[in-house]
Write a protein that binds this ligand. Structure first.
Ligand SMILES: C[S@@+](CC[C@H](N)C(=O)[O-])C[C@H]1O[C@@H](n2cnc3c(N)ncnc32)[C@H](O)[C@@H]1O
Length: 298
C-alpha cells in the first residue's frame, strides 16, 4: 500500500515501488538523484531478490522515470557493484549502462569508492572486494558541477612532486598519447588546494545500525556538494535508512525518498522528524534482541 509523508517543507518520503511512485513526480524537477539500489539476488526475504538475468529489465522502467524527473542540468549518481556468481563477475552493470545510453542517458563519468576498511577474507579465485562503482549519468553535456566545493589540500604533493619540477613541467605539456589534453604542472605551485581525483577513499563504517546496507554519510555528502547548491532537490529512490535525505537536509537541500519496505519508511520518518531520533534510539534499544529484523543486505 503506497503512502506519502511530508516530514517538513523540505522533505517528502514515499512508501511504495519506485517504478510507480516516480510517475507522480513532475518532469525536470530534481537536481540530483543519488542512490544505491538493491543488489541482484540479495535480500530475498525482505523486498524480493532480482535475478542477475532480470536486473536490467527490472531497473530500466525506473531509470526511464528518473530521466524524466531529472532537470537537464541535473546528475544521476548510481552506487552499484556487480556480484560474482559461479566463478565469474556478472555483467548486468555493463548491460545496464549500455541500455541506459539507448534510453537517452549520457554515461558521463565513473567514480570509484575505495572501501578503506574492507574486512579480511579468502576466496579461491579472487581477492576481497574493496571498491564499488559510482556511475554518473546526465541528460545533457552542460550540467551543474561545483568543482570548487570538493577541492582538497595540496598536502604532501606540494612538498614532493612540485618541489622538483622538470623542464616539461614548467611549460604547457601536450599529452604524449595525443588526447588533446595539456597540463602545466607549475601552474599548481604555491596553491593550497587541488581538484580531487575520481577515486574516493572512505571507510564503510557508519553510525547507522538500522540498515546494514547503509552507505557512510560522507558518500552522498561529497556528491551533494559537487552537484547541488542550497535549496536544490536531491532524490533517493531506494532510500533505505534515509542517509541521502539526512545528509541533504543537513546541507540545506530539499530531499525526496522512496522505499518499498514499511519498516524503512517508518524508520526514516522517525530519523528525520525533529524529535524522531530520540524515538528511534529508544526503539533500537528495545529491539536489539530482534536485530535480524533490521539487518539488511543488498
Ligand atoms: C541498498 S539499500 C539502500 C540503503 C541506503 N543507501 C542507506 O544508506 O540506508 C536498497 C533499498 O532499496 C529498497 N527497495 C528495493 N526495491 C525497491 C523498489 N522497487 N522501490 C523502492 N525501494 C526499493 C530496499 O527496501 C532497500 O532499503
Amino acid at each position: 500500500m503506497n503512502q506519502t509523508y511530508r516530514i517538513d517543507t523540505n522533505t517528502d518520503i514515499y512508501l511504495g515501488d519506485s517504478k510507480e511512485i516516480l510517475r507522480l513526480f513532475p518532469d525536470n524537477s530534481v537536481d540530483l538523484v543519488f542512490t544505491s539500489p538493491p543488489y541482484a539476488d540479495q535480500r530475498k526475504n525482505t523486498y524480493g531478490g532480482i535475478h542477475p538475468d532480470n536486473y536490467v529489465a527490472w531497473f530500466l522502467p525506473i531509470t526511464e522515470q528518473l530521466l524524466r524527473v531529472l532537470k537537464p542540468t541535473g546528475t544521476f549518481v548510481l552506487n552499484i557493484k556487480e556480484k560474482a556468481m559461479a566463478g565469474e563477475r556478472c555483467t548486468y552493470v555493463m548491460e545496464l549502462i549500455l541500455e541506459m545510453r539507448r534510453q537517452g542517458w549520457l554515461w558521463t563519468e565513473e567514480f570509484i569508492w575505495h572501501k578503506k576498511n574492507c574486512y579480511p577474507g579468502k576466496w579461491p579465485n579472487r581477492f576481497r572486494d574493496a571498491w564499488e562503482r559510482l556511475i554518473q549519468f546526465n541528460k545533457t553535456r552542460k550540467f551543474n558541477m561545483y568543482q570548487e566545493a570538493v577541492m582538497v589540500p595540496m598536502g604532501s604533493w606540494a612538498e614532493t612532486r612540485l618541489r622538483n619540477l622538470s623542464d616539461t613541467d614548467r611549460i604547457r605539456d601536450n599529452s604524449r598519447v595525443g588526447s588533446g589534453f595539456a597540463k602545466n604542472v607549475s601552474n599548481w605551485l604555491k596553491r593550497e588546494k587541488a581538484y580531487p581525483t575520481n577515486v574516493l577513499h572512505l571507510a564503510t563504517e557508519c553510525n547507522n545500525k538500522n540498515h546494514s546496507a547503509a552507505f557512510p554519510e560522507e558518500l552522498p555528502e561529497w556528491f551533494i556538494k559537487l552537484f547541488t547548491q542550497e535549496n536544490d532537490v536531491a532524490l533517493d529512490p531506494f532510500m533505505g535508512s534515509g542517509t541521502t535525505l539526512a545528509v541533504a537536509n543537513r546541507m540545506g537541500r530539499k530531499s525526496i525518498g522512496i522505499d518499498i519496505v514499511p519498516e524503512y519508511f517508518d524508520m526514516v520518518k522517525c530519523r528525520l522528524s525533529p524529535d524522531g531520533q530520540l524515538m528511534l534510539d529508544m526503539k533500537r534499544e528495545n529491539e536489539q534482541t530482534e536485530s535480524e529484523r533490521y539487518l539488511s543486505v543488498r
